[in-house]
Structures are given as structure tokens and as C-alpha cells.
Design a protein. Sequence first.
Length: 509
Amino acid sequence: MFTTDERGWRLRAAGAHLLIIFLLIMTPFCKVLANKELPDTKSSAENVDSYQVGDVVLQPEPNIVDSPVKYKPLGFKEYIYDTGIWYGVQWGARMYWVRDKSLKIFNTSFTKWWDNITEKPKWDDGDTFVVNWVAHPFFGMLSYQFYRARGHSRWSSALGSVIQSTLFEYAIEGLAVQPSLVDLVATPGIGVPLGMVMEEISEWLIDQDNTVATVGAYITNPMRLFVKDRQIGIINPVAGTFEFTGPFTIGATKDRALDLGYPLYFESPLPLGRVMADLEVVDLNNNFGDQFFFYSIRLDLPSESGFFGLYIDAPYGGVNNVEGARNGYEFANITIGAKQVLMKSTNTVLSAGLEVAVPTAFTDGQGRLGAVTAYRRDLPTYIYKAFTATPYLSGALWKGAFSLQASLGTDYMFNAKEFQGDDFEFRFNYSAAAGVNVPIAIISPTVYFEFDGYTLASDDNDRDTDLFITPGIRFGKRISPGFAVQVPVAGPTSDIAEVDFIMDFQLRF
């Protein structure tokens, strides 16, 4: 039998592989959709506004995997630069995944760090077999594959894996705990040979030139998703492009999608390409606790025309000094969604979409997810073990710099008894937002006001509608930070929460 932590690692690995497979197998289907979406660009001004050829960040390449490129020789400067990038990736991964951040990350000082790193690393670090001999070698493999994808030799890439493992133990994890000898040995010792084998398998699969083999190539070498021709970006299989490595071109549909990309808690009708990270700090009533914390990473993948899109959101929920829950964070239910534009005119658009929140939360032994469901806005995300399907309609209209958006949807929550004891919950969702794009060069601010309402129709005890108002501001086009404040003004949530402070950062493509 596996322990809770072992099951967690197995679920994380399985979820990552399923996501890669899901995105890749959608490629042929989405290309067909993109082709069907192309209106006659010669017919009218309205059609020109709806779609223009070239309305993508980058034109699709004939072969997204390999293209003839003349590489310049790499030197010590490039090696140090790539080492710094992967060190930053390790910090980001640790900040995202660690559940007890206050204990394992922030509980440190210069004296404690010095004491940790001057001690001889210990073999028995208290971690499970899966963590020490599966997870750490896996990350050792990834670091080796990253250096290789960036153009470094096998020997220098192997050295890079050793360097990264040492940096992790002494300059990341060592801030709070004594370095682990088993991790220093297993991470590169198993990870590098595994990376070499997987690299060869991936190359062989690519040479087979068929869809199934291509999927296998990306699974055996995940760096293919993020590094191409030594450039760092991300593959968009929906449009057949590699993003962030070329000029940021804007066509008519792309421009409008950017302008409408300001709602926080409902789906804008036009698909927008982006990578987003957000953080929320909810100030609670004194009699309930101190704070809730929510953060997530989201990826949106639009089609070439911008009329179809897929997206995925991977969230965490946390508590601070809330009765019945231990301080810390829990991985929650991943949301996968798709939306399709049904109709678009010069000043209006209507889309339909479907979201599915799958039960990826691997534990709630500390009562954290049960506590954060009191903030009812995100019930499908945080109900432990629940599966939720959410169909919705989303529309918008605009005139000049002003725009209005609205959405109507329903949540069908199955296996939801961890919330109030019932297997099934049903909810109505309705939202609206108004925004104005202020004509200030460079920072391109958008000021907006969002309204969100949720009625849990299946709740026999309290069917009062939760209402939230959210004023905010967003800056920029391609690089876009945003700030907002959300206030629960009615319903059960308003009884336990005062105000929610929100920050996010988006890279658009």
C-alpha cells in the first residue's frame, strides 16, 4: 500500500502526463476547427474585423519539432545564464508545490541557513521512497534535458544536473532544513542516465513521424514543450505554433481578445493566449480566522484564428489561523476548459464553453480544503474528491474604448459530500464586467468593475446568493500585471470574509 504522500506524487505524475497527452491529441481536431472558422476576408468590413490571416502571434511552421537552424557556439556565459534560469525554475516549483511554506521555506535566517549547510548532509532525510528515488531523479532528468535542449553537450548537461541538485539542497531547501545526502546522490545519479535514455527514445519516436509516436516523444522528453531551437517558450498545439520567441503581432481578433481579457472570475468570450499566475489574500472576520490564501497557474491556448481555445488552471488553497485547519496549503481540483465562438459581429461576440473540474486534490488530512470552501466563490475547485461539469455562455459588446461582458453558467457537482454531506450539488453562476481602455502609451491600462453572483440551489439550509464586486486595473498587452480588490457583499461568504486582495501576472501571446 502507498502512503498519502506516495499517492500524491503518483497522482501529480499521472496528472502531468494526462495533460500532455490531452493537449497533443487535440491538435488535429483544433486545426480542423481553425480552418472552418475562416470567413471570407474579401466580403465585408465586418469579416475583416472578425478575422484576418496572420491573426496569431507566430505563423505555424511546416514542422513544429525540427527546423533547420544555424547554431552559434555556446560558451561559459551561456552556461551560467542557463544555470541561473533553471535555478529560478526550481525556486518557482518549490514555492508552488510546498504545502507547509511557513515551516519549509520562510522559517529561516542567515544563522539557520549557515548551520544547515555547514552540517554534514544526512542520508535519512525523513522523505518517502517515492520522493527520494522517483521524484528527485525525475527532476534530475528534467534539468539534464533542459541543458541539452539549450544546446549543451552531454557532459556539461550532466554537470548541470549535479550543479542544480547541489543548489537545491544548499541554496533552496538548505535555507530551512539540513541538506540530504540521498537527494544529492539520487537526483543526478539516476536522473542523468535516465535523461540520456529518454532523450534517445524521444529522438527515435520523432523519427517515426506519426501522431502516437510524437505524443510519446513529448512525454519522454518534456523539454520539447518549452525549448525549441534553443529558444525558451511554449508549444501551442491548438494553433501549431511555438510562442514567446517571435514578434508580438496583433490582428483584429487578437486585439479585441486582449481588450476583453480583464475579467477575473468568469470566462471572456474571445479566447486569449496567455500564461498566468495569480495570488489572493482574503482577510476574514475575526471570529472565523485570519486569512485564506488562493493561488494558481493557468495556461490558455487559442486556435490560429482565435475563435476556439483550450485552457487549464492548477490551483492551491491555504489557511492561516482558521479553527479546525492546520496552517498551510493544499493542491486542489484542476480545471480544464474549452470555448468556441458561436457568432461575432463588428461590436458583439457570443461564445459557448465547458469547464470540467477533476478531483486532483490528493489529500485534505489537515482540513484546509474543507475550510476554504466557506469562501463559496470557487466551490468546484476546492471540494475534496468532487467532479464538476460547468457549461456556460459568454458574450460581450463594445464601442471604442468601452466594453461590457457577461456570462451565465451552471455547476453540476458530483461526489460532493465532503462539502455538506450530499453527493450532488447544483449551482447557478452569473457574472458581468464593464471596462475602459485608457489611451496611455506603453502601460496601456484597463480599468474595470466586475460583478459575480452564485446561487447554490441544492443547499436546503442557505440558498442565499453570494454576491461579489471586484474593481481592478490591468496594465500592458504582452506583459500584463493586474491588481484588484474583491468584496463579498451578500450571502454566506459575506458572513465570514471582509475583503480579498488580488494580484496576477500574465504573459500574453
